[in-house]
Design a protein around this ligand. Structure first.
Ligand SMILES: NC(=O)c1ccc[n+]([C@@H]2O[C@H](COP(=O)([O-])OP(=O)(O)OC[C@H]3O[C@@H](n4cnc5c(N)ncnc54)[C@H](OP(=O)(O)O)[C@@H]3O)[C@@H](O)[C@H]2O)c1
Length: 286
């Protein structure tokens, strides 16, 4: 039996579906029992717990051979790092109390360095907490999600522009959440291997210009990158209802890419997913 959190989100859903497709019993961890109902229908156990509720999480992690956890985003928080650390602490204590043998954690490219990369500070600290637990840990350090480009697909489709806070020709690795889910599910099936680090991207790195060119090909219309300055990050994110604090945190991530802080450590396993830019964008376009 494997426990999987985040099953109503991108990666957790794929982890849970992949394990079930391989005939593995799963227990999904949801905050709201109603969201567990479709999984119950498909034969999963359902545990109701927030990722910061140590007591409920201990019950959710008891009797399983491995668990998939993540630090979910929170658009309105005014204390991103404190709240994510409280989650990581609760997950760690619950893992120990439950006797969990293997924790598979969705981490990030750049999570081997503490600062200079905005939200990636949270998985940095979580990794440091988890590796002290003395249980099997697999850190799936994912590249920039290809799905992050989803927020500008409308502009590409309707106006032929791809707004980008990354310079148009800055090469960066991307990965689909499907590839992440498959990789994390496989890590659970592999079982604990001490402290394991998987640095995961798609088949090739890309530039925003290449994303625009691929979208142009798929949509059969011109698409041009419009570079936006870093100073536009906070007002833009706040205009979408994201808290000022969180918008500033995200600004730090774009700065980290531009400054070269967000990069692979190069010490763990370097894994490339199967879904390339064209296939990933095609499925995002639907
Ligand atoms: N975006 C990137 O480029 C990037 C790169 C590397 C790593 N990452 C990591 O990937 C994470 C996002 O992964 P994702 O896309 O799979 O997530 P997602 O689609 O945003 O889904 C978040 C999941 O977490 C659940 N959740 C939220 N708060 C919770 C809580 N307090 N207790 C229990 N469950 C909770 C949500 O359930 P509800 O239905 O209850 O809301 C949902 O199932 C980021 O937070 C970051 O750590 C992101």
């Amino acid at each position: 039996m494997y426990a999987v959190s985040g099953v109503t989100g991108h990666t957790g859903k794929v982890v849970a579906e992949t394990l079930q497709a391989k005939g593995q019993p799963i227990r999904v961890i949801v905050r709201d029992e109603k969201k567990g109902a479709p999984w119950k229908e498909r034969g999963a156990e359902v545990a109701v717990s927030s990722l910061d509720d140590e007591a409920a999480l201990t019950r959710a992690l008891s009797g399983v051979t491995g668990a998939y956890v993540l630090l979910p985003p929170d658009a309105i928080t005014i204390d991103f790092f404190g709240s994510r650390q409280r989650m990581a602490d609760a997950i760690g204590r619950a893992a120990l109390d439950a006797g969990l043998p293997h924790l598979v954690f969705l981490s990030s490219i750049g999570a081997h360095v503490p600062t200079g990369h905005g939200p990636i500070g949270a998985p940095y600290h979580a990794e440091r907490s988890f590796e002290k637990l003395g249980i099997g840990t697999t850190f799936v350090r994912a590249a920039y999600f290809l799905e992050n480009y989803g927020s500008v697909l409308g502009a590409a489709k309707n106006d032929g522009v791809l707004p980008s806070f990354l310079p148009a020709n800055l090469r960066h690795d991307v990965v689909t959440t499907t590839d992440i889910g498959h990789t994390a599910a496989q890590a659970l099936l592999d079982g604990p291997r001490g402290r394991r680090v998987i640095e995961l991207s798609g088949p090739t790195d890309v530039t925003a210009e290449e994303v625009a060119a691929t979208l142009a090909e798929l949509m059969v219309r011109p698409v041009k990158v419009i570079e936006a300055p870093l100073d536009a990050v906070v007002p833009t994110f706040m205009s979408f209802g994201i808290s000022q604090h969180m918008s500033e945190v995200y600004r730090g991530m774009y700065a980290g890419f531009i400054d070269g802080v967000v990069k692979w450590e190069g010490k763990g396993e370097r894994v490339r997913g199967a879904i390339d830019l064209k296939e990933g964008l095609r499925s995002m376009l639907g």
